[in-house]
Write a protein that binds this ligand. Structure first.
Ligand code: ATP
Ligand code: ZN
Length: 297
């Protein structure tokens, strides 16, 4: 019997749904039951362990899970922590997953005068990422105090507990609500598929390679769209020029209308409303935009 490959995923939160959908799109069949910690994938010898995201690096570093999906912010903080005890690398990055994008940023209160990292000298900075922050400050030759908080970091300046914060930012709305302004980016983060450095069987390695290949095929497809439309023959060239990253269109006759053709194209990038409106103004009609499920090249 092939030993089952064990992957750690976030149980609940921002990474959870994207991780589950990604694995489902890769053809893994499983059912996540309420509070279950472990789920068996039915059609592959893979088990999914659902935990808090903060536990994922340790589970992988210690070999209790063979791989996992984690935000690079949590991964790199855990790596710095592990490096204090075990200098050798404890994981390998397999693939960035292009989701859960956010930035680890330093933000200061709106009224504070800020003229670069030197303005943080001697200040107190609240964060859940003390090691990434310390690493950044050292590189900037700035000496500041760190206040470690598990959550609600953004309220620390208002409560008089800190002069600045170092926290995750995506839309910036939380900062705005707390009258804070982002001034420095410490890290650009996204979800990432990792594996441990412990040895796994050949079959498990094949499974992991297959998963990485399928994820790449899914990601490739997600970025593209299949576009079909009718176009006047004499406007075909100008219409195709408006479509982002179009790869050799398929052009077919439109029965009953000799002046028009049917065009099928795969666009290499997302298609935005203004592009569609432009091609429509150039004469394109019956425009269909279809999601692509998989692309194998
Ligand atoms: P858990 O209960 O698993 O510890 P959590 O509260 O630490 O959950 P979430 O808020 O679900 O974690 O965030 C998980 C990850 O999502 C973050 O570590 C980060 O990689 C990513 N993320 C994307 N955008 C944001 C954001 N605006 N704020 C926080 N995390 C974000
Ligand atoms: Zn967490």
């Amino acid at each position: 019997m092939i030993p089952r490959l064990r992957l750690a995923l976030q149980k609940k939160g921002r990474l959870a749904q994207d991780s589950i959908s990604l694995l489902e799109r890769c053809g893994l069949q499983f059912y996540v039951k309420g509070n279950a910690l472990l789920t068996h994938v039915q059609n592959f010898p893979i088990d999914l362990l659902f935990v808090r995201d903060d536990d994922i690096p340790t589970l992988v570093f210690d070999g209790l899970c063979d791989g996992g999906i984690i935000g690079s912010n949590v991964l790199l903080e855990a790596e710095l922590e592990a490096a204090l005890r075990f200098p050798q690398k404890k994981y390998q990055s397999i693939l960035p997953l292009d989701n859960c994008h956010c930035r680890l940023m330093i933000a200061v209160p709106e009224g504070m005068s800020y003229a670069g990292p030197a303005s943080l000298e001697g200040k107190r900075i609240a964060t859940s990422y003390p090691l990434l922050l310390a690493d950044y400050l050292t590189k900037q030759h700035v000496s500041a105090q760190t206040l470690f908080l598990h959550g609600s970091v953004e309220v620390a300046p208002r409560m008089g507990m800190a002069d600045a914060i170092c926290d995750l930012v995506s839309s910036g709305q939380t900062l705005e609500e707390n009258k804070l302004v982002a001034v420095e980016t410490i890290l650009e983060s996204q979800a990432i598929l990792i594996r441990g450095v412990h040895s796994i069987s050949e079959q498990q390695q094949e499974l992991l390679d297959m998963l990485a290949r399928r994820i790449q095929a899914v990601q490739h497809a997600l970025k593209r769209k299949y576009i079909a439309f009718h176009a006047p023959k004499n406007a075909l060239e100008s219409i195709c020029q408006e479509l982002p990253g179009v790869e050799s269109p398929t052009i077919l006759p439109l029965p009953g209308d000799p002046d028009k053709v049917v065009v099928h194209v795969v666009s290499a990038e997302g298609v935005f409303w203004n592009t569609l409106e432009t091609i429509q103004s150039l004469g394109a009609s019956s425009i269909l935009i279809l999601p692509i499920e998989k692309i194998l090249e």
